[in-house]
Design a protein around this ligand. Structure first.
Ligand code: GAP
Length: 434
């Protein structure tokens, strides 16, 4: 199945209410996006699937939900004030700006002019806390969740009854004043991360790094991404972040080419050691075997929620020829699908049909998100749910009133089965289990 182009995907996402351009009634606001009713469900499901796998399915990972604004010294100590910058080049003719590494021939891709010499541009968003806008009030919007995890290391260690090796997971918004954005929700200035900081003994870091790369790669595959569009790519020494000893990216072949979904880094003891020195806090643990205090090494799998949503949407996109007409559907894993079941009374002007369908919908809604749709032709109602990725449709027809059975239609195969109405919760429980 060929991948859809980005315009096709963007227009489906907008038409069905997955993703809208932000501030659209004001003409939009560059590279910012809003998740509509289906998108809000999709990204919740992505985050829940990640949290289930990384936190709840393990006995060695706990969660954290820290604030976005933090003490500004943190970003000095972490090296972000000094290093979190991109080389910016400008076209003297058209004033367009690019990242120097996107324009290797130093010519403007738009008008061909020679670009200016690169100058470094810090991509952290700066703001001011309180009513006075001066240097003393500067704060940053966090560009990664990781630092807020490191500065809470001691608090978690002292309260959560954890022992090294263990991890602290966090999902949250981050902000980067990217020089260039684009490719729909792939690169924007405000996005969400799902990051794990996994603390290990020095010397056990390489094996833990390898194990996390494998575990994270498997997660993407198990949630349905086509293996042929997934690959691992180790960073070259010159592209490693200032804190990393080694990083391996999980990449996906997006409609515009290969791009990073997740980076799995070995951050050594770089961050904890620097925060311990600067704050005076003890960010070590007592290693019984070594009989000494040790600063743990950190393995960090860091994934983007928005890129995950884009990859899952692109990968699930299918067009099928049905009697000479294209049928578009999203073959999303049921775990990720915004709605799990759609319920349709065949006719909306027959009270007993509508009552039975509404009762079925209300009953299923106690366990799953259900979409109820009583209007339009049944074909169009199916088509709408196919494009929304809803894995099952339940149609209540005239026979249902006689024999209390309904038709269940599967999204991908379009196979239809008669199921007793009161057996539906059990029927779906067997098929919507994860
Ligand atoms: N704490 C490590 C860290 O932040 P990163 O590779 O810079 O690592 C992690 O970011 C993930 O965040 C990336 O793999 C990507 O999925 C996502 N990401 C990074 N920049 C992004 C952007 N501008 N827009 C959307 N997602 C982004």
């Amino acid at each position: 199945m060929a991948a859809p182009d980005l315009d096709t995907l963007t227009s489906l996402a907008k038409r069905r209410g997955f993703v809208f351009p932000s501030s659209e009634i004001y003409g939009g606001f560059a590279s910012t996006w809003d998740y509509g009713p289906l998108g809000a469900e999709l990204i919740r499901n992505v985050k829940e699937a990640w949290w289930r796998r990384v936190v709840h399915a393990r006995d060695d990972v706990v969660g954290l939900n820290a604030s976005i604004l933090m003490h500004p010294r943190i970003w000095d100590v972490s090296g972000h004030v000094e290093h979190f910058q991109d080389p910016l080049v400008e076209c003297p003719a058209c004033r367009r700006r690019y990242r120097a590494d996107d324009t290797p021939d130093l010519r403007c891709p738009h008008c061909g002019e020679e670009l200016t010499e690169p100058r470094m541009f810090n991509t952290m968003f700066k703001t001011f806390v309180g009513p006075v806008e001066d240097e003393a009030a500067v704060a940053y919007l966090r560009p990664e969740t990781a630092q807020s995890t490191y500065v809470n290391f001691k608090q978690v260690f002292d309260t959560a009854r954890v022992r090294v090796p263990f991890g602290i997971a966090q999902i949250g918004k981050v902000f980067r004043n990217e020089i260039t954005t684009g490719n729909f929700i792939f690169r924007s200035r405000e996005f969400e991360q799902m990051e794990l900081q996994y603390f290990v003994r020095p010397g056990e870091d390489d094996a833990a790094h390898e194990a996390w790369v494998e575990a994270r790669f498997a997660w993407w595959r198990e949630l349905g991404l086509d293996e042929r569009r997934l690959r691992l790519r180790p960073h070259r020494p010159e592209e490693l972040a200032h804190y990393a000893k080694a990083t391996i990216d999980v990449e996906y072949e997006f409609p515009f080419g290969w791009g990073e979904l997740e980076g799995v880094a070995n951050r050594t003891d770089f961050d904890l050691r620097r925060h311990a020195q600067a704050s005076g806090a003890d960010l070590s643990f007592f290693d019984d075997a070594a009989r000494q205090h040790v600063t743990p090494y950190v393995i960090e799998p860091a994934a983007g929620v928005d890129r995950a949503a884009l990859a899952f949407l692109a990968d699930a996109y299918r067009v099928q020829d049905v009697r000479g007409k294209p049928r578009v559907f999203l073959s999303l894993d049921p775990q990720l699908a915004p709605f799990k079941v759609a319920v349709f009374p065949l006719a909306r002007n027959r009270a007993p049909l509508v009552e039975l369908a509404a009762r079925i919908a209300a009953d299923l809604r106690r366990r799953w998100p259900v979409f109820y749709d009583a209007t339009g032709s049944i074909g169009r109602r199916y088509a709408r749910q196919d494009e929304a990725g809803t894995p099952f449709g339940v149609t209540v027809d005239f026979d249902s009133l006689e024999d209390q059975t309904v038709t269940v239609r599967e999204r991908d195969s379009m196979a239809q089965t008669r199921v007793a109405a009161d057996a539906l919760p059990e029927y779906f429980a067997a098929r919507l289990a994860w």
